[in-house]
Design a protein around this ligand. Structure first.
Ligand SMILES: Cc1cc2nc3c(=O)[nH]c(=O)nc-3n(C[C@H](O)[C@H](O)[C@H](O)COP(=O)(O)O)c2cc1C
Length: 398
């Protein structure tokens, strides 16, 4: 995978890219990444995030690959998320005397080895049989946090059993409040340490419409049962389940919901989908514990700004009162450093995780985290930063 191909993929939205479809089976353990020591083709070992894209494309059915890779409508926001990082230049001091660096940091009181978390990604079990279970294990072995999507297609107890590393649950809110309440209580009991509520809702992507992308019946049934809709059975048709699913989620959340949730759990609550100073202040006023500056990876309303472009406004508005994470467009360790320099406590990765999972299961996700760790280490040493606290906006020329 070269950078030209990668940018073409983003520019064309993968619509013209003919993915070789092999499909995924339940017993398929595709977790072996090619190791140069045992391979005639050393170049197969991914060395950049974008190397995983071609591997994911060969492993996945086209519809699943495009579900992950594409954005909404004309993909303006998707492209901008990536390109906005390229527009920011770094100007390190000379003769800084730094030769090692410490990437560890603390997010919501949790010490982690580096400021990169796994973002919530839906339908991971369609990309690899181990799905979010593999992601959670990879995050644990890298000593970072896995924010598991409530739509990843595994139940909270399964995820908790898979890994004892730090885990957050990202919540899409069941319309039936009793189901939502039980789900939050189950997550708390299972050992999840924060709830992320995503508020940029409603996904409508051209590629998914063309491909008639759907979750297979058995996975959808299990998913709805895992959420707490235990009355559903195999007797329902696939179409019935699709219709039930479409109506099962609350897409009209308002402030009252957060007051209700705050009274329900002692877990920290993060609001995901913040792009403005006003929204950030609302989160602070609601007594929430953190914000994820995010446009959902350009999968929601096309034309929204790149996350990195609005980060400074949010940081200024919050003025240190709660923690700020960001996601969208992180493809290099240097991007992580730029986000830290603009005031993020840490970043999250969505597509890089999904591509790596499809390419190599748990080992793939672990490798993508290691690649970002190595690139960030290199960027910080080159910039004279011996710790993440030392990264600040004086490094940047915007
Ligand atoms: C395939 C896919 C599924 C996603 N599913 C969810 C989800 O279930 N919940 C959520 O809050 N965000 C979801 N996101 C958004 C990510 O959490 C994250 O905001 C975004 O991917 C960051 O941009 P990036 O892909 O450039 O890293 C999804 C993203 C992708 C690519």
């Amino acid at each position: 995978m070269n950078r030209c191909f990668f940018s073409q993929l983003l520019t064309l939205g993968a619509g013209l890219f003919a993915a070789r479809s092999t499909g995924a089976t339940d017993t398929d353990d595709r977790a072996e990444l090619t190791d140069p020591a045992h391979s005639a083709a050393p170049s197969d070992l991914p060395v950049t995030v974008s190397d995983f894209i071609a591997q994911a494309a060969t492993r996945l059915p086209r519809a699943s690959f495009e579900y992950v890779t594409t954005g909404s409508e004309d993909e303006v926001t998707l492209r901008d998320n990536v390109e906005a990082f390229r527009r920011i230049r770094v100007l390190p001091p000379l003769l800084h005397g730094v030769s090692t660096t410490d990437l560890s940091t603390t997010v919501l009181g949790q010490k982690i080895s580096m400021p990169v978390l796994l973002a919530p990604v839906a339908a991971l079990r369609m990309l690899h049989p181990q799905g979010v279970l593999a992601s959670a294990r990879a995050a644990a072995s890298a000593n970072t946090i896995c924010a598991a999507s409530s739509s990843a297609l595994n139940g909270v107890e399964e995820i908790a059993q898979a890994s004892d590393g730090p885990k957050w649950l990202q919540l899409y809110v069941p319309r039936q409040r009793a189901v939502a309440q039980r789900l939050v209580a189950r997550a708390e009991a299972a050992g999840f340490s924060a709830i992320v509520v995503t508020v940029d809702l409603g996904e409508r992507k051209d590629a998914d419409l063309r491909n008639r992308f759907t979750v297979p019946k058995d996975m959808l049934l299990k998913h709805l049962q895992d959420i707490g809709y235990t009355h559903l059975t195999d007797r329902s048709s696939h179409m019935d389940l699709i219709e039930f699913n479409a109506a099962a989620w609350d897409i009209s959340l308002n402030m009252d919901f957060f007051k209700w949730l705050r009274g329900l759990t002692r877990l920290p609550i993060l609001l995901k989908g913040v792009l403005s100073a006003d929204a950030a202040r609302q989160a602070v006023d609601l007594g929430l514990n953190g914000i994820v500056v995010s446009n959902h990876g350009g999968r929601r309303l096309d034309g929204m700004p790149a996350s990195i472009d609005v980060l400074s406004d949010v940081v200024q508005a919050v003025d240190g009162e709660i923690e700020i994470l960001m996601d969208g467009g992180i493809r290099r360790g240097g991007d992580v450093m730029k986000a830290l320099a603009l005031g993020a406590k840490a970043v999250m990765i969505g597509r890089p995780q999904a591509w790596a999972l499809a390419a190599g299961g748990e080992k793939g996700v672990r490798r993508v985290l290691d690649i970002l760790r190595d690139e960030l280490t290199n960027a910080m040493i080159a910039s004279g930063c011996s710790s993440v606290e030392a990264v600040n906006s004086s490094l940047l020329r915007t």
